[in-house]
Design a protein around this ligand. Structure first.
Ligand code: GLN
Length: 287
């Protein structure tokens, strides 16, 4: 079958998915299977595709048709200009999360410049946050913790992919993961994008998310605030005086998380909006 024909067939299969980009997805997938870029696919419409590749392409498009996330098929997602390896078991990095990462990079530049600093990420998933910060700021000594094996495996693959030597990853339940390392009072910045979807809202999420992405990375308990309530008090022990605690939050959680920060004695609290104009980041300073 020729590229054009196959591409059309693929687009036809997935065109009714509500959250997707059929032409782009079909072209990217075929490009990946043929080991060529997307431009090649668009400009070589009459090139013949071998039967095994036709079969593989149609099999994966069928998976996509049923709602399987495209990024798990491609096994890749771009975040902060880096191509992260992703697979089942980790949340696919969201562009919304770049709001927090960009803020942290700017904050490091302004406050610490090239000074060596310690950074902690709680709940690393694919490593999108911790690895992009470690990639762009070589003066950062980055520690990351996750409770589950798939994120640790995948984040380590990404750590290798980006050749980062300033990152250490640990398994554990939040701060338990770095217990005994003598890091109390040592962090300049602690960041987390914890699970924050309230129980009841999970069933309203799109198929791609609720049926295929890890529930453990989404479920924030009854009010969605479970992890903030644990991390905020415990962080005081691990932050330096003047250290920053910064979170990604759900669009309606800014005020609620800010209140917890204030109640626990954090100062200079701020809420940042994402590119859609929704509250997405909240932070406070200890000391
Ligand atoms: N932003 C993600 C979503 O809407 C949720 C991420 C999280 O719970 N940390 O699917």
């Amino acid at each position: 079958m020729e590229i054009n024909h196959l591409l059309k067939k693929g687009v036809e299969m997935i065109k009714d998915r509500e959250y997707g980009n059929p032409v782009l997805e079909a072209a990217l997938l075929l490009g990946k299977l043929l080991n060529v870029d997307r431009t090649y696919i668009y400009t070589h419409g009459d090139t013949e595709v071998s039967q095994p590749i036709v079969d593989k392409f149609l099999e994966l498009m069928e998976k996509r048709r049923l709602g399987y996330p495209f990024q798990y098929i491609l096994k890749e997602k771009e975040f902060m200009g880096l191509e992260f390896y992703v697979d089942e078991g980790v949340l696919i990095p969201r562009s919304d999360t770049e709001t927090m990462v960009e803020y942290i990079l700017k904050y490091i530049d302004e406050k610490y410049k090239d000074e060596p600093i310690n950074f902690l990420d709680l709940g690393i998933g694919s490593g999108a946050i911790i690895l992009s910060i470690a990639y762009y700021k070589k003066n950062v000594n980055a520690y990351g913790v996750d409770f589950y094996d798939p994120p640790l495996k995948i984040a380590n693959i990404n750590k290798e992919r980006f050749k980062l030597s300033n990152v250490s990853l640990y398994k554990g339940d939040l701060f338990q993961g770095i217990e005994g390392l003598g890091l109390e009072g040592k962090f300049h910045i602690i960041a987390s994008n914890p699970p924050y979807i309230p129980n009841e809202e999970i069933k309203t999420l799109q198929t791609e998310v609720k049926d295929y992405e890890p529930m453990s990375a989404l479920d924030g308990g009854e009010d969605g605030l479970r992890f903030y309530k644990k991390i905020i008090p415990e962080s005081k022990k691990y932050l330096k005086d003047g250290g920053l605690l910064i979170f990604e939050i759900g669009y309606d959680q800014g005020k609620k998380v800010e209140d917890i920060l204030l109640k626990e004695g954090y100062k200079d609290t701020r809420i940042l909006k994402d590119l859609h104009g929704l509250d997405r980041v909240v932070m406070g300073v200890v000391g």
